[in-house]
Every structure is written in C-alpha cells, then in structure tokens.
Write a protein that binds this ligand. Structure first.
Ligand code: AMP
Ligand code: GLY
Length: 419
C-alpha cells in the first residue's frame, strides 16, 4: 500500500515511522514533513490546509491512503477534498471535525448523546462571563471556543486572570473544574465500528509538578497500571460509541481518530475535550507499542471495513516519551538554534527521536524551528527502564534554551497516582 501523511509535527513523524516499518506499506510519502520525517518518507512541498493541492498530490502520486495528521487541515476540509478526488482518506470531514473545532459544538453533541462531561456555559459577553465564573466558583476553567492547539485553556484560581482570558477570546466556554487524574483514550472508527486504543497519560503543563501554563503536551506514557481495569470498556460504552452514533444520527459521520481527553473524577469519568485526530505526544508512545500493522487500522477506518480488522494488538512493555521544547515555549518559540546529539540519542537501544519543530539551516545543520522541537520516545520493561532510556536520550541532545520536564511518568513509577 502507498501512503501519504499530511502534516509537519511529532505526531506525523510517529505515524510515518510506524508506516515505514509496516510490512503492508510499500511507500511512505509526507507533505510538508520535517527533517526527521525525511528519513522515513519522501517529502513533498504542499500547503497542508489546501485541500485541492493535497488531493492533486495524492492522485499524482497514486497513493492508496492519505492520513491527515493535524486538526487545522481537517477543520479546513482537506479530508473531504481527498475523498472527493476518489482517494481513501483517514480523517474526519470538515463538519465532523467540528467536534474538535468548536468546544460549544462538542458540548452539544455530548448533551445529545448523554456523554458525561463538565457542566458548561457558552459566553459571548462580559456579563455572561462574570455570571458563569460566579456560578462555578474557583478554580476557574475558561476555554477559547476556537482552535488553539491546546493552549486556549486557562485554569486558575485568579478571577481577574480568568476574566482577562475570556476578554481576549471572541467566544468562550466556562465550565466546572474537574478533579482527578487525566487520561487520553483514542479510538479508531469508520463511523460505525469503534476500536479503542490503549489509554495513555499526557502532561499538559509546561513545568515539573504540573506547574506553569498549558502546552500542547510535554510528555506521555503507557500503559496506565493504576487505571481501573474496566476503563476502556466503560469509556467505549459511555463516551466513544454514543458519540460516534450521535455524529451518524446528525448526518455527519465521524471517521478517523476520536480522541477523548478524560478526567477520572471522584464522581466518575468525565470528558474534558474531544479532538478529531491523534494526540501529540501520546501518539509517539502509543505507536511504539502497537503490534497491529498501523496501515490496517487506518485503511479499515478510511474504507469502512474496520469490522474486519479486529481489536488492536499490543507489544509487551512500557513506552515513555519526553518532549524537548525551544526557548520561550509555550508563549513563543526560538528558531535556528543548532541541535546536537539527535543521532546519538536515536542510537540508544529502544529509543526513537521523533522530530516536531526541526529544520535545516543554510549549512544543512539540524536546527530548532518551532515550540515543541522533538520528543525522545523509549520502550522498556516497565516505567523505570523506559524512563531511564528516554531521559538518557534527552541528556544526549542539546540546543540553546532547550527545556523539558524531568517528571514525565514519575508519579506513576512511584505509585503515587490516586483515583
Ligand atoms: P482542553 O483543551 O479542553 O483539553 O484543556 C486543556 C487542559 O486544561 C486539559 O488537559 C486539562 O488539564 C485542563 N482542563 C480543561 N478543562 C478542565 C476542567 N473542566 N477541569 C479541570 N481542568 C481542565
Ligand atoms: N496531547 C494533547 C493533544 O494532542 O491535544
């Protein structure tokens, strides 16, 4: 099978890497890609949110399957354009991607499908904002209704900061605070059949101890030994299946990757958010342990034949991924800082260096080109082993202003996660 991956980030590198190792895949193309993806795929220069250009590239290359990685092209309708051109595409339509593109839409779907989530008010005026903040009390949760790459959410005890964030957005969703550990659970779906993957944990805050601002994600790991045994079955029954059925009922079937961001609260599982694509960096860790050929899952979803694929199979072991970000992230980022040691880190047993915001400078040196620069993904026998390998990789890599969290999966390793 010939495949084309759309996007430039760590998730797309992880997808392209898994496809390059998949026995059923003969060619991996990517657009626009990055220097890490270039090592496992042939790169093409295309604007990833230009549906007609992506469709032309896919038909020109004669690929069998297009995989759209990020949310922006999905919300822009790139998957629709590819399918209209007669090419199978993994990823929801523009309308189905609203599940991620609009928090208000997602809340409406959840209400209709009786999916457990935080109580919320959609606010467009300062008066509505004040009333909603007072109704819930601190900690305040204020979410930009528009796509914000995981950075549009402010959770704070500071009422003034909550008001200011709301004022900076056109429309916000203000909701009740959810306590308890967070879990990311992804499902592959063709719009009918729903195949959950393994739950993973992501680290959203920039700094150790879950301090600092929200980011796109600073690290991840799985499996979650501390999670309830029935978590996947419970979430499939109460969240994933009803949501997919509700999308079908609305005439906007959801096909692709349904990402449920969950809080395991004292009152049970609650959905924090939906995304319409693989999570980053959870995907880096998940795909490191996936035993089923990735192409069969993606193609099964894209062609409506997921029922024939069977439940995803997993390798033994533990996967940990640690993100290295450039100076200033998440408020800003630093471009052009020379990255040393990526090859040495990649050579460590069990380690893959996954590129996100990397580029090449005029002299062909690997440099930073974004906020999240790369992630070091390691598999091992248990958390201690996998963490040791991941952090050995991180220690081997250096660039000016590099920052990373030192406590990815540490609480789980120490048995300190409480439900
Ligand atoms: P979102 O973009 O909706 O995933 O929000 C980003 C992050 O903000 C989440 O991963 C949580 O860590 C935090 N967050 C969002 N909503 C809530 C909530 N209702 N209660 C507590 N934390 C939340
Ligand atoms: N890891 C969070 C996200 O992909 O949105």
């Amino acid at each position: 099978m010939k495949t084309l991956v759309i996007g430039t980030g760590g998730r797309e590198h992880a997808l392209a890497l898994a496809l390059s190792r998949d026995p059923n895949v003969t060619e991996v193309h990517a657009a626009p890609g990055n220097p890490g993806i270039a090592a496992v795929a042939e790169l093409h220069d295309v604007d990833p949110i230009d549906g007609a250009a992506v469709a032309d590239l896919a038909t020109g290359l004669g690929v069998d399957l297009v995989v759209v990685g990020p949310e922006a092209p999905l919300v822009a309708g790139v998957a629709d354009a590819v399918r209209d051109a007669g090419v199978a595409c993994f990823g929801p339509s523009r309308r189905a991607a609203e599940l991620e593109g609009s928090k208000a839409f997602a809340k409406d779907v959840m209400a209709a499908a009786e999916v457990p989530t935080a109580l919320a008010h959609v606010c467009e005026t300062p008066d509505q904002v004040e009333a909603a903040l007072d109704a819930f009390g601190p900690p305040y949760v204020v979410k930009d209704d528009a796509l914000a790459a995981g950075k549009g959410v402010v959770v704070t005890d500071d009422r003034q900061a909550a008001v200011e964030h709301a004022a900076s957005c056109r429309r916000v969703v203000i909701e009740e605070f959810l306590d308890g550990p967070e879990v990311s659970l992804f499902a592959i779906t063709d719009g009918q059949t729903v195949l959950p993957l393994q739950p993973a944990q992501d680290f959203k805050r920039a700094l150790d101890g879950d301090a600092g601002p929200n980011t796109g994600g600073m690290g991840a790991y799985l499996p979650l030994d501390w999670a309830p045994d029935d978590l996947v079955a419970d979430v499939a029954r109460r969240v994933l299946v009803p949501t997919v059925q509700e999308m079908e009922r609305r005439g906007t079937p959801f096909q692709g990757l349904l990402y449920a961001g969950l809080a395991l609260t004292s009152r049970g599982v609650r959905v924090v958010e939906f995304n319409a694509r693989f999570g980053d960096p959870e995907t880096q860790a998940l795909l490191a342990l996936l035993a089923t050929p990735l192409s069969s899952l993606l193609n099964g979803a894209a062609t409506g034949t997921l029922q024939d694929v069977g439940l995803p199979q997993w390798k033994d072991g533990t996967a940990v991924t640690v993100v290295m970000a450039s100076a200033g992230y998440p408020e800003s980022s630093s471009k052009g800082d020379v990255i040393l040691g990526a090859g040495a880190a990649d050579a460590i047993e069990g380690v893959d260096v996954i590129h996100a915001g990397t580029g090449l400078d005029d002299e062909g040196r690997l440099v930073t080109a974004g906020g999240r620069v790369l992630s070091v993904t390691a598999v091992g026998d248990g958390l201690e082993h996998a963490r040791d390998r991941a952090y050995a990789g991180v220690d081997a890599i250096s660039f000016e202003g590099a920052q990373h969290r030192t406590d990815i999966a540490l609480a789980a390793q120490a048995g300190k996660i409480e439900l």
